[in-house]
Design a protein around this ligand. Sequence first.
Ligand code: GLU
Length: 552
Amino acid sequence: MTPNEKLAELMFPDVKLTPDHFENIYPPRQCKEGARITRIAPSPTGYLHLGVLFTAMVNRVTAKASGGVFYFRLEDTDKKREVEGGAEDILSGLNAYGVHPDEGFVAPGEIIGDYGPYRQSERAGIYHVYVKSLVAKGLAYPCFCSEEERQAAREKQEQMKVRTGYYGEFARCRSITPEQAIERISLGQPFVVRLRSPGSEERRIVFEDMIKGRIEMPENDEDFVLLKSDGIPTYHFAHAVDDHLMRTTHVIRGDEWISSVPKHIQLFRILGFKPPKYAHVSPIMKEDNGGKRKLSKRKDPEAAVHYYAEQGYPADSVMEYLMTVANSDFEEWRRRNPKATRSEFPFNLKKMSVSGALFDINKLNDVSKTVIAEMDARTVTKAVIDWAKEFRPDYYALLSRDPDYALGIFSIDRGNPKPRKDIAKWSDTPDYTAYFFDETFAMVDELPENILPEDAAAILKAYADVYDPNEDKQQWFETIKSICPPLGFCPEVKEYKKNPDGYKGHAGDVSTVIRLAVTGRRNTPDLCSIMKLLGKDRVLTRIKQTELGVNP
Ligand code: GLU
């Protein structure tokens, strides 16, 4: 045994396996040529950031389009960040938006795949095998520096105005011989394991990022930590081992990791692994005071994916919107292919924004209105009821009192070739449908200025006498027209326009008055359908009550 091998043995006496063992049990995947293996690797914080959903979506689309695999790995080495049930929350968040992993954590309580464990805290044995082999080859070494010593070194570097970090002459434990290290470990001194970096700041590393293009950076020369004193790996080390053994071909992740790429590529090479291809996703940005900044967990409620559920955006709307953020030509494609599934879109990592696309809630609302307009009444009704059950119990009570009535409400102006596009999210609906329930009916709008209150009263009185709930849409409008002449209103708009001074208004004004009386609003979906649904008694009561209360 060489001194380094002896040292490795002392550091990891329980480790009997070698890297070959894992190479054999996790063989290269049998996928078709060009298949991309991607992953999302969150920490179990329970908080699903819109950026993580976005990155997961990009990973999934990339894998799916190539006939590859998209898997979920849990990076739970930092116990301080762990929240109970945090992994499940993130996973159900992804599932709710259709970003289903094929492998690893696929659903709460369900982990599948041949490349596991998919939870880093269960992989300690694997990491130790690889660290041991690096130590045995002299490519990694134990470092005994205490936190105080590290702090003092940092301060010295600051005073000297040089880069802080554990490198070159500042890498104190690098020069400790294996024999000395053996002695210190035998004395029970705690240690971390550091990489013996072969890099130099003078040399450059170049790599091709699939989103950002060619990137050149100084090589890594830091002897960064691979294993902490408690035997838990750092992110850098764990992800390299995992991405290799899980046979990841494309690492698509947030661009906060881009500065770590020199470390990562170095690590892959030293471990004898083929580095994956990298694609660093720019964060979703937000306009703030004329500038641009990252969507922030702390400042922006819309940074949390949960916000969209609470607001009642259908998952489909959010995903359609995120696709427009991912590839700006998605919108044009969608216009040309309104019925196609998103997976048919020719997604390309290279078309993603390099600087970070701007989050635009108005755009999301527009996209969502189109998505909701395309839904049938049953789908909408169920979605609204489900949403209300969770977020608006008062509204849920109204809707669930009579499910057919609820279905009737959401059937109005839906399912025809030109459906109304006026609901962006389910939280718009309590107000939008308020007049269908006596409990929430209220006079929201005022009588238009061109209609005198006494004329409005006369209109309602006249209409109450002729109103017939059995009329179809055409008859309904004929009836409205029929009351116009005696009241001094013109039944035909065209006619009225020729001679506006000859009339008090036209049939449209008359129906506005009725609309206002029945719904409390000047603008609603098809009034005839609304009245049919409200039913004769309710309509007449409102017409009569409003007749009394119409004066300002
Ligand atoms: N656990 C890391 C994170 O959540 C994963 C980064 C990666 O995808 O490599 O930021």
